[in-house]
Every structure is written in structure tokens, then in C-alpha cells.
Design a protein around this ligand. Structure first.
Ligand SMILES: Cc1cc2nc3c(=O)[nH]c(=O)nc-3n(C[C@H](O)[C@H](O)[C@H](O)COP(=O)(O)OP(=O)(O)OC[C@H]3O[C@@H](n4cnc5c(N)ncnc54)[C@H](O)[C@@H]3O)c2cc1C
Ligand SMILES: NC(=O)c1ccc[n+]([C@@H]2O[C@H](COP(=O)([O-])OP(=O)(O)OC[C@H]3O[C@@H](n4cnc5c(N)ncnc54)[C@H](O)[C@@H]3O)[C@@H](O)[C@H]2O)c1
Length: 478
């Protein structure tokens, strides 16, 4: 260890207290302390590993992967379609969430030298966190250097649904009882992914979408491909449709993943809908209400706008940045390394390139998948860029067409006319997830598109779509 201001504090107050032991909290605790004598405590109210490990990313993708493989087999000449075994699929989910047991993650934390403290953490003073455990006992902790808020986010439930105990994403990922008739409110990522697995598990799904299309944040042609895929699987999508009244008999919190009461009646412009369950998937907000911000003279807006004192940092979903695990973990690595360098005198890591937050990738695991990074054409022009775009059908390359007999979908590049570098890319098609990282590298590296044609994709792979896309650009760009 180097650095003038370091003194060993083993057994004393930790250098860092992280409130929230999700993937982001775990990462910042690790990166802020590794290769040093610095110490961290991770305060977790529920399960170490967070929403992502038990209720969000892992269970949803564990459910979706076999469904995706079945869909691919159903659209490939030469093999018969495998049958879905609901019980086995839910059991696979349970394995991927470690049966909701976090001992593996606690073991990892302890192995990394991080002390796990169970309970709900709240700020009660400068660098001070009071932890309330399940039995109401409180412990006051003080950080020598900093406190991190990594408390994640929570589902937003709009007014008409608050009294009916609707399902939220936890019920969909933790499903144990398949609703016969399911209404999904929202047309975002949670809604589209949950519609995919719940339809495959046998629910009759109706999506109630307030806007004029699903997935309003992605390229319209990609969103249209997802809509076609959902409709082909039997999902009914009502756009421009909001419920004005919602009523349910015997609404009750029967448990996660179980139907929460009797029939639900929804009054909508498309007529009355009757459902056995309603899944509300209308967005998430940073979980900042109950972390004691008022005790240190702050409001949620201060955290979201970055007006926090030096000793307080927010990261992950709680920070208001892109609510994605990989993005939160990236920010945790960057901020954690910066903190460690400033506390130890170790060399500072390379700073992120300017504008890095415009290179956030996301994969939507629907059928077809959507994998996107950076700006869409509309977002780029709204941000003041002059752009040219290239769009090709997903099956326009041999390698991508081979993936499925119905390799429908679309790929789009958005290029800045000034810098002639990539601003955004979107791939909608089978297994599109693995195509997007090349675009992320091109954006982060500010690679001129003229150089990209010298990056040769193997034959026959889906990456050959890059050749088709570059050919679609004006000749003097290639
Ligand atoms: C259904 C669904 C699917 C998703 N799928 C993906 C995906 O495929 N890929 C992807 O990148 N992202 C996905 N996301 C988003 C992803 O889950 C979040 O971006 C990620 O979990 C954020 O990590 P985090 O550590 O910031 O917060 P979280 O994972 O929410 O963890 C926060 C932790 O803090 C704890 N906590 C909160 N308040 C306190 C307190 N006061 N004291 C102590 N502990 C507290 C919580 O119990 C929790 O364990 C999905 C989200 C949902 C809802
Ligand atoms: N594969 C992934 O990366 C993945 C998967 C799931 C979730 N996530 C993350 O989780 C976050 C939350 O997902 P989400 O789908 O809940 O949010 P979202 O913001 O993606 O979509 C919310 C949807 O609800 C609609 N809506 C909002 N308020 C409404 C209201 N009052 N009435 C009717 N409709 C309303 C919106 O128009 C939109 O269609 C996302 O930002 C996403 O990044 C990521």
C-alpha cells in the first residue's frame, strides 16, 4: 500500500459503507478496496446480490433462454420442436436464483474482504449509517471516508392499480401460478420480456400500451419486429389504450408469483377487459425515499442531480443513470477505482472518454431480440447531430439468414455526418444480443466508419450484417 494518509484500521470503523448489496453495491465495495488495506461494509436489507440476481435479470433470462431455443427449433427445417415443460422451466429458474438463498454471494463478499451487515440502512449523520435489523435492533456505523447509496430502484404503480394488489416484475420473474388471462400494463422492456415468457407458459396475454407503439426508446423498425413476434405468439397488443377504472374482488397479497385475488375488471377505450391477473410494468424509480437523505439535509433531487457532499456517492439504479446491471457495475468499477486511488495514492485509472454515457448498450430478450447501443436516429437528430443512416433486413447476410428460417428483423446504423463515426446501432433479430458489442467498441473508440470495412467478419456469421450495413452508407463514407 502506498499513500501518506493510510493507516491500518482493522477491527475499527470501515473506510467505506455501501447501503445496498446488489450487483452495483458489491462491485463498488470490491473496486474501492481491492489491493489495499481499505475496508468496506455492505449493508443489505434483503438478499446480497440484489434485485438483479433474484428477481430481475437472472430469473427472467433463465426463463427466456429455453423458450428462445424452442422458438428457434420451431423455425428450423430438419428438427422437431421441443416441448416446454413448465415445471422443469420453473425449476431451472429456481436454480438460477439459488433458491432465493444468498449464501454464495455472502461467501464471495467475505472472500473479497467485505463485511456484510444485515438490515435496512439509513443515513443518520455525516458518514453515519444506522442499520435496523429484522427484529428492530439498531446499530450505528460510521465510515471513515465515504458512504455509497446503491439501493437500486422500485416499481412504479400508477393510481388505478394501487388497490388491486397487481403483479409487479417480481411476480412475473418469480411466477409460481400461471394466470389464465393476464393483462400487462406498459409497453417497455419488462412488459415485452414478461409477455414473451408468460405467453409461452400458457397465459392469454393482453398488453395495454398507453403510447402508439411498444418499446418507444428503440428504433421504430426494431420495435415493430418485436410487436410482430409477440403477436405471432398470440399476444394481443392494444396501443393508445389506458384503463380509466380497475376493480378486483378479494385483492390480497397471497405471495410472490401467486395470483393476487379474484377477477380484475378494467375499463378501457377498447371496452371492458376481464383478467385473472394484471402485471404492472410501468417503469421504475430510484429507491431513495427511505435512506435518511433528510437527516443530512438532502433530497432525492440532490442525489439525482449529483449535488452530494464529497463523502456521499450514489451509483447504479439509485443514481438515476441507465437502470441496467452492466451500466451500474461499470460505473461502480470506475468510481470505486477513483475512490481507492484518491485514498491510497495508487495511480489513478484512465478516466472514461467524454460522452461515455451515450454508449450504453441494452439487449431486450424478446423474439426477435433487440440489441442496441447509443442513439437512435430520432435521439441523434434531437441531440443536434446531422446523421446518415443505413438499414438492412436482418436476413440480408448469409450468416444471419442461417440462424433461423424466419430470421426476420432489421439492423440500423446511425452515423454522424461531421465526424463520420457511429452514434448508434440497433440489431433486431435472432441472437442479436451478441452483435452489439462490436458497435459499442466502435462508438467508444470513435472508429471512423471508413475504417470499419477493414474489420472483416468471418463467413458465414451474423456479423456479416456489418458488411451489408456499411454498403448501405453513402459511397464516400465507406
Ligand atoms: C424484470 C427485470 C429484468 C431485468 N433484466 C435486466 C437485464 O437482463 N439486464 C440488465 O442489465 N438489467 C436488467 N434489469 C435491470 C437491473 O435489474 C437493475 O439495473 C440492477 O438490478 C441494478 O442494480 P443495483 O445494484 O443498482 O440495484 P438492485 O439490484 O436493486 O440492488 C439494490 C439492493 O439494495 C438493497 N437495499 C435497498 N434499500 C436498502 C436499504 N435502505 N438498506 C439496505 N439495503 C437496501 C435491496 O434489498 C437490493 O438488494 C432488469 C430489471 C427488471 C425489473
Ligand atoms: N433486458 C434488459 O436490459 C431489461 C429487462 C427488464 C428491465 N430492464 C430495465 O428496467 C427498467 C424498467 O423497465 P420497465 O419496462 O418497467 O420500464 P420502461 O420505462 O422501459 O417502460 C415503461 C412502460 O410503461 C408505460 N407507462 C408508464 N406510466 C404508465 C401509466 N401510468 N399507465 C400506462 N402505461 C404507463 C410507458 O409508456 C412504457 O411503455 C428499464 O428502464 C430497463 O432498462 C432492462
Amino acid at each position: 500500500m502506498s499513500g501518506a494518509d493510510m493507516d491500518s484500521n482493522h477491527g475499527g470503523d470501515p473506510d467505506l459503507i455501501v447501503i445496498g448489496g446488489g450487483p452495483v453495491g458489491e462491485n463498488i465495495a470490491q473496486y474501492a478496496t481491492e489491493d489495499s488495506d481499505l475496508t468496506a461494509m455492505l449493508v443489505e436489507a434483503e438478499l446480497v446480490g440484489g434485485e438483479c440476481s433474484y428477481w430481475a435479470c437472472m430469473p427472467s433470462k433463465a426463463l427466456l433462454r429455453p423458450i428462445e431455443v424452442r422458438a428457434a427449433a420451431a423455425h428450423l427445417e430438419g428438427i422437431t420442436t421441443p416441448e416446454l415443460d413448465t415445471e422443469a422451466l420453473l425449476a431451472r429458474r429456481d436454480v438460477w436464483v439459488s433458491h432465493y438463498d444468498d449464501s454464495g454471494q455472502v461467501e464471495w463478499a467475505e472472500g473479497a474482504g467485505i463485511t456484510v451487515v444485515r438490515g435496512h440502512g439509513r443515513l443518520t449523520g455525516e458518514r453515519q449509517v444506522t442499520v435496523t435489523s429484522g427484529d428492530g435492533a439498531t446499530t450505528v456505523l460510521t465510515a471513515r471516508r465515504a458512504v455509497v447509496i446503491a439501493t437500486g430502484s422500485e416499481a412504479v404503480i400508477p393510481a388505478p392499480y394501487r388497490d388491486i394488489h397487481p403483479w409487479i416484475s417480481r411476480d412475473a420473474t418469480g411466477v409460481r401460478q400461471i394466470p389464465g388471462r393476464l393483462v400487462i400494463v406498459g409497453g417497455g422492456v419488462v412488459a415485452c420480456e414478461a409477455a414473451t415468457w408468460l405467453r409461452a407458459l400458457g397465459s392469454e396475454v393482453t398488453m395495454l400500451v398507453r403510447g402508439d407503439r411498444i418499446l418507444s426508446g428503440v428504433e421504430p423498425a426494431a420495435a415493430a419486429a418485436v410487436r410482430s413476434g409477440l403477436e405471432a405468439s398470440g399476444v394481443r397488443i392494444l396501443t393508445g389504450c389506458e384503463a380509466s377504472e380497475v376493480a378486483r374482488t378479494d385483492a390480497a397479497d397471497t405471495g410472490v408469483g401467486l395470483v393476487h385475488g379474484g377477477e380484475v375488471h378494467l375499463t378501457t377505450p377498447a371496452g371492458e377487459l376481464v383478467a385473472d391477473e394484471v402485471l404492472v410494468a410501468t417503469g421504475r424509480r430510484p429507491r431513495l425515499d427511505d435512506v435518511g437523505l433528510d437527516q443530512v439535509g438532502l433530497e432525492a433531487a440532490d442525489v439525482l442531480d449529483g449535488r452530494t457532499p464529497d463523502w456521499l456517492v450514489a451509483v447504479g439504479d439509485a443514481s438515476g443513470e441507465a437502470p441496467l446491471t452492466h451500466w451500474g457495475k461499470y460505473r461502480a468499477r470506475v468510481i470505486g477505482e477513483q475512490l481507492r486511488a484518491s485514498w491510497t495514492g495508487q495511480p489513478a485509472p484512465q478516466a472514461p472518454p467524454a460522452g461515455i454515457d451515450r454508449a450504453v448498450p441494452q439487449v431486450i430478450f424478446t423474439d426477435p431480440q433487440v440489441a442496441a447501443v447509443g442513439l437512435t436516429e430520432v435521439q441523434a437528430t434531437d441531440a443536434g447531430h446531422d446523421v446518415v443512416t443505413a438499414t438492412v433486413p436482418f436476413n440480408s447476410a448469409g450468416g444471419s439468414a442461417l440462424l433461423r428460417d424466419d430470421a426476420d428483423g432489421v439492423a440500423t446504423l446511425v452515423v454522424d455526418t461531421g465526424t463520420r463515426t457511429l452514434l448508434g446501432a440497433t440489431f433486431a433479430g435472432p441472437e442479436a444480443a451478441e452483435l452489439v458489442h462490436a458497435a459499442t467498441i466502435a462508438i467508444v473508440g470513435e472508429v471512423p466508419v471508413a475504417l470499419l470495412r477493414h474489420a472483416v467478419p468471418s463467413y458465414p456469421t451474423a456479423s456479416e450484417l456489418w458488411l451489408r450495413l456499411l454498403e448501405e452508407l453513402p459511397r464516400d463514407y465507406r
